[in-house]
Write a protein that binds this ligand. Structure first.
Ligand code: B4P
Length: 188
């Protein structure tokens, strides 16, 4: 089993690249953002709770997200591997993921980190907000709060995986095709 983390700030292209990577490598796509949005659409209690955080640009509590991921891993133990998209987002989540995968004997192979500057990210998210209907993509103030949360809570994971020798940065400012090519070179 080969397990990859696709890492990066909001709007860096994690979802966009994951779609293409799973088509090519047949890995399981585990996007916590997608799971939370699906729960919200179905109006489940979890979805309603998550919406309170997502619409303000805050992170959903660690214990909620960790349980979701554990369930999804346990449902797919015969997979050839996973792409974790948008997870982990805190060091607590990183430790939990390492524990789960170490118990299975299949630790993270690499972290693939998309690096994009904040002005470009803001443009992309506001543009996506015009068509996606996503509450967290509508207001520049909410988007700026997502960057703050990313810098405060998520960015420490770069060092967390760097000391494990697993961090690989990719220039996410390039075209979708160029970024995909660089990610494939790291997966192959
Ligand atoms: P996510 O769903 O993970 O989404 P994201 O960070 O907004 O976007 P992503 O990086 O996937 O961008 P995309 O490819 O769509 O998170 C949403 C929220 O859910 C979080 O804020 C949080 O509240 C909650 N959540 C999720 N996981 C959590 C966790 N683990 N713990 C706690 N809370 C959690 O790309 C964006 C746009 O850019 C698209 O329109 C795309 O077409 C465009 N684009 C992509 N690549 C491009 C390129 N190279 N050039 C030009 N445009 C590009």
């Amino acid at each position: 089993m080969k397990n990859f983390i696709l890492f990066g700030p909001p709007g860096a292209g994690k979802g966009t690249q994951s779609e293409q990577l799973i088509a090519k490598y047949h890995l399981i796509h585990l996007s916590t953002g997608d799971i939370l949005r699906a729960e919200r659409k179905e109006g489940t209690p979890l979805g309603q709770k998550a919406n309170e955080y997502i619409s303000k640009g805050e992170l959903v509590p660690d214990e909620v997200v960790i349980e979701m991921v554990a369930n999804k891993i346990n449902e797919n133990l015969d997979a050839i591997g996973f792409i974790f998209d948008g997870f982990p987002r805190t060091v607590t989540q990183g430790n939990a993921l390492d524990d789960m995968l170490n118990k299975l004997g299949h630790p993270i192979t690499k972290m693939l980190a998309l690096e994009v500057d904040e002005d470009e990210l803001t443009k992309r998210l506001l543009l996506r907000g015009e068509t996606s209907g996503r509450a967290d993509d509508q207001e520049e103030a909410t988007i700026r709060n997502r960057f703050k949360v990313y810098n405060d809570e998520t960015l420490p994971l770069k060092e967390f995986y760097r000391v494990q020798g697993k961090y690989n940065g990719v220039n996410g400012m390039n075209s979708i095709e160029t970024v995909f090519g660089e990610l494939c070179a790291l997966l192959d």
